[in-house]
Design a protein around this ligand. Structure first.
Ligand code: F6R
Length: 646
């Protein structure tokens, strides 16, 4: 069921497009006979976000070139947020390297917060100029973005004019959309009707919570926005809606397979004749054709699919794997699996053994090796792999923990004040030099007093925030038994913007990672393998490591173990290794997480998807993995960490 799409750099794996239909067909009935018949929007699943960026940018470029050749302008509908950034980057590359011109392109953005001055770091005006317009040859008069900076009394007229301008431009040829956790497209929150047009709306509480990190606190997120309506969006001739990351998986499934519902604006896209949903594997994970394809059609039973399906069946029936019967398999459309093996006992036994062989206690973990744990932020190391860190240290491995970014933007100003106060107290008791402290303290107090939310900190404050996190990190690894000398702080340049938005990974980042790899020459490295951290920092850190490894591939090939934990955990069927933790080991791990005091209670960026503190998520996930294994009928462990060998 897989084929590749030519023309992408690394041919993107695109699963068959079962929902594909001619551009005039509507609704699910026309496709009910094919696999994936649950899908009511044509959906393309590709390997990762870069593949989506290339596919969508290529489609836009083709459209622009076709229309240019016909002497016509192209009208694009554009989105902001984290999702389309890759597409914009690719369009900029095409402009710079392939001469793609935007001189005859007219753009209309979906939305803008209200109220919102154009020059604010949070404004979508600024976002669009920074991420796209300033780097292409678009004519400024051709750019349209809903106004966030006009008096309330003028909004109705302005939104009418916005609709009029779209019409005058001949309508939107190609619209890019992201999808919010509420299922919003644009800022059409639950309750937005199919007939809605550009207007002022109130933002949903979930949307505001998701935006809290960008605004340095939920209280600073505007309550309203001006957005194109559902009908405005559906008026576009072609629509590409994009979602990436595990955290989008359930809303993607709802939008693509669920009924049309005013509570989930994206479901209205099911009525649009020419919409394509582009998702990466993580965001597509809940789609029936990916999660449980055997329910739809005949499948090729690969080992991965067999393990996944049997675990699913065991969960569905509430039975241990070794107790699954012929009847259970037949009822779940899985008779072909039993036929392949000859009897249910054979299948059950195979999967039971596969799962059993994943378990790696201390005696089965490496000894006497060199290892690097790459931790995107100071705390991902202990949050995600505090248990294994202790075990491999006890096994006499030489472990370096490399903190890739300073994590300074996630430290509260009040913590800076507390540490400065501490310094002042030391100085007043003459334990340190008072003169230098008082000058620094005065500067910092004066700055913090007048600082506005989200303002980039002065260097001294950024440094103090970085040092707070460095001290916490050292204390964290000491808790799990590593010496403080094991900590290395890479301070990668891509992160040093002082802002939530980061620079792209550059040669300078890769060089730093590469030089550490060359110095340590590890046999094994641990890398964060999660895609859904709110600002993409984990993904960017992995990109720097992958690039460094590629450059070194002739001389150095360490084994790569991917960990998760801060946002999600690897499911049992995907994990290569499951590492059991005793009660004492989990307790120590949690204590190590507590050392990251600046991130406790209400850290600025715990992510909008989960209200629990990190240690609570870790406890639940590690105990949950063990409990699941127990429920499947394997041994009963206290807790477990999971790793995927790349
Ligand atoms: C942005 C917009 C929103 C976002 C959606 C997803 O202009 O209208 O609908 O597309 O909230 O946001 P990200 O991409 O940040 O996950």
């Amino acid at each position: 069921m897989e084929r590749s799409v030519a023309g992408t750099r690394r041919d993107a794996v695109v699963t068959d497009e079962p929902g594909a239909r001619d551009s005039t067909s509507r609704g699910p009935s026309r496709v009910s006979h094919v696999a994936g018949s649950q899908e009511r929007i044509r959906t393309v699943v590709v390997e990762d976000h870069e593949d989506i960026a290339r596919l969508v940018a290529m489609r836009i470029a083709t459209l622009i070139r076709e229309r240019n050749a016909a002497g016509e302008q192209t009208v694009l509908g554009l989105a902001t947020g984290s999702t389309p950034i890759g597409v914009y980057r690719e369009l900029i590359r095409m402009h710079q390297e392939e001469g793609l011109s935007f001189r005859d392109v007219v753009t209309f953005n979906l939305d803008e917060y209200y109220p919102m001055p154009k020059n604010s770091i949070h404004s979508y005006h600024r976002f669009m100029w920074e991420n796209l317009f300033s780097q292409i040859d678009i004519t400024p008069e051709n750019v349209h973005i809903p106004p966030g900076d006009i008096p309330r009394t003028e909004i109705v007229d302005a939104t009418r004019r916005y609709e009029g301008a779209i019409e005058e431009a001949g309508g939107i040829d190609f619209q890019i959309l992201g999808i919010g956790k509420t299922g919003h497209i644009g800022f059409n929150e639950p309750g937005s009707g199919a007939e809605s047009r550009t207007r002022l709306v109130t933002l949903d509480a979930v949307t505001r919570r998701d935006a809290a990190a960008d605004f340095f606190g939920e209280e600073h997120v505007p309550r309203e926005a001006v957005t194109m309506g559902v009908a405005t969006i559906l008026g576009a001739r072609e629509i590409a809606i994009i979602a990436t990351g595990e955290h989008k998986a359930s809303i993607v499934q709802r939008a693509v397979e669920g009924d049309i519902d005013v509570e989930v604006a994206a479901t209205f896209l099911q009525r649009h004749p020419n919409t394509t949903f582009y998702v990466d594997r993580a965001a597509g994970a809940e789609l029936t054709r990916i999660k449980t394809p055997w329910l739809l059609d005949e499948v090729q039973w690969t080992q991965e699919l067999i393990v996944r399906a049997v675990i699913w069946l065991s969960e569905l029936t509430g039975k241990a794997i070794l107790k699954l019967t012929q009847r259970d398999y037949a009822d779940a459309h899985m008779s072909s699996l039993v036929a392949k093996f000859g009897s249910p006992g054979e299948v059950n036994g195979k999967v039971f053994n596969v799962l059993g062989s994943k378990i790696r206690g201390k005696s089965k973990l490496p000894t006497g090796r060199k290892m690097i744990c790459f931790s995107p932020h100071p705390d991902d190391d202990v949050i995600s792999m505090g248990g294994i860190l202790r075990k491999v240290t006890e096994n006499d491995n030489e472990v370096v923990v490399a903190y890739m970014t300073s994590g300074n933007i996630a430290v509260f100003d009040h913590d800076v004040r507390r540490y400065v106060d501490f310094l002042e107290r030391l100085a007043s008791e003459r334990l340190i030099e008072p003169e230098r402290v008082s000058a620094l303290a005065a500067k910092i107090h004066a700055y913090l007093q007048n600082k506005s939310p989200g303002e980039v900190d002065i260097p001294e404050v950024q440094d103090i925030k970085r040092i707070i996190r460095e001290a916490e990190a050292v204390s964290g690894i000491e808790t799990v038994g590593l010496p403080r000398s094991a900590a290395r702080f890479l301070n990668l340049p891509f992160y040093q913007t002082g802002k939530v938005r980061k620079d792209p990974i550059s040669e300078a980042d890769v060089a730093i990672v590469k030089s550490l790899l060359e110095e340590v020459r590890p046999d094994l490295i641990f890398v964060a393998g999660d895609l859904s951290d709110p600002h993409g920092t984990h993904r960017m850190c992995k990109e720097a490591i992958d690039k460094a490894l590629l450059e070194l591939r002739g001389t150095l090939r360490p084994e790569v173990w991917l960990y998760r934990g801060a946002w999600q955990e690897w499911p049992i069927h995907e994990a290569t290794w499951l590492v059991p933790l005793s009660q004492e080991e989990l307790r120590l791990k949690i204590q190590a997480i507590f050392k990251h005091q600046s991130q406790k209670d209400s850290a600025p960026f715990p992510g909008g998807y989960d209200e629990r503190e990190f240690w609570q998520r870790v406890e639940a996930r590690n105990k949950g993995t063990a409990a699941e294994l127990d429920r499947l009928g394997l041994a009963e462990y206290f807790a477990m960490e999971a790793y995927v060998v790349e």
